[in-house]
Design a protein around this ligand. Structure first.
Ligand SMILES: Cc1cc2nc3c(=O)[nH]c(=O)nc-3n(C[C@H](O)[C@H](O)[C@H](O)COP(=O)(O)O)c2cc1C
Length: 187
């Protein structure tokens, strides 16, 4: 294969998301894709809360930070939750719950892209409001909300977000971040 997998290439953190609902079979495939991720000793430390009906939708929308105004239109939110006690937690700081949950979140994003959806992970929300409103245990880590929906119109986006919508976010060069046969980074 000479090219990057198309879903990886196509995925971007788009913000122009429409209100159209996501069919149940599509939601199920996205959830299944997440659950197929690898995890340490197959501990499957991730938990996902799907918000697609009231009052959960309003709880999520009210929890969003100001800069995430664009996410309020989305019909579907996938909240990824974990806890270090759900996964391998080694004394040398290798705590795999967040790592493994991240892999599951990536899987679901790629499946969503294959389904023609936008799947945009965010950190800008009130953890306290969400945990209270959706009965998520206080001790757990609500690591991200993935905002999901079909591509929509961009007329409500800020100037800054309009620019980002049409331009790919740059990545650092491979040579800056990948070192062969030892740690040879310029730091
Ligand atoms: C953990 C995480 C948190 C993020 N939080 C936000 C957020 O709160 N609001 C937002 O608009 N985008 C958020 N993003 C999207 C990133 O800004 C975006 O992925 C990054 O700029 C790279 O762009 P790309 O995904 O289109 O390649 C987040 C992404 C990740 C992975």
């Amino acid at each position: 294969m000479a090219e990057i997998v198309s879903e990886i290439e196509k995925r971007r953190a788009f913000r122009a998301i429409g209100e159209q609902g996501v069919p149940e079979d599509v939601k199920r495939r996205i959830a299944r894709a997440a659950l197929l991720a690898p995890s340490c000793a197959n501990k499957q430390p991730w938990r996902f809360v799907i918000a697609d009906e009231e009052p959960a939708l309003s709880v999520v929308r009210q929890s969003l930070s100001g800069g995430n105004y664009w996410a309020k239109k989305a019909p579907l939110y996938l909240l990824a939750v974990t806890d270090p006690t759900f996964d391998c937690d080694l004394e040398d700081r290798r705590s795999y719950a967040l790592f493994d949950t991240g892999m599951a979140v990536m899987n679901l994003q790629l499946q969503a892209v294959a389904e023609g959806l936008v799947a945009h992970p965010i950190a800008g929300f009130s953890d306290t409001q969400l945990k209270k409103g959706l009965k998520i245990p206080e001790s757990h880590i609500l690591i991200t909300i993935v905002v999901v929906g079909y591509p929509g119109d961009d007329s409500h986006l800020s100037e800054k977000h309009l620019v980002l919508e049409s331009s790919r976010q740059e990545r650092r060069a491979v040579e800056d971040l990948v070192s062969k046969n030892g740690w040879y980074f310029d730091e």
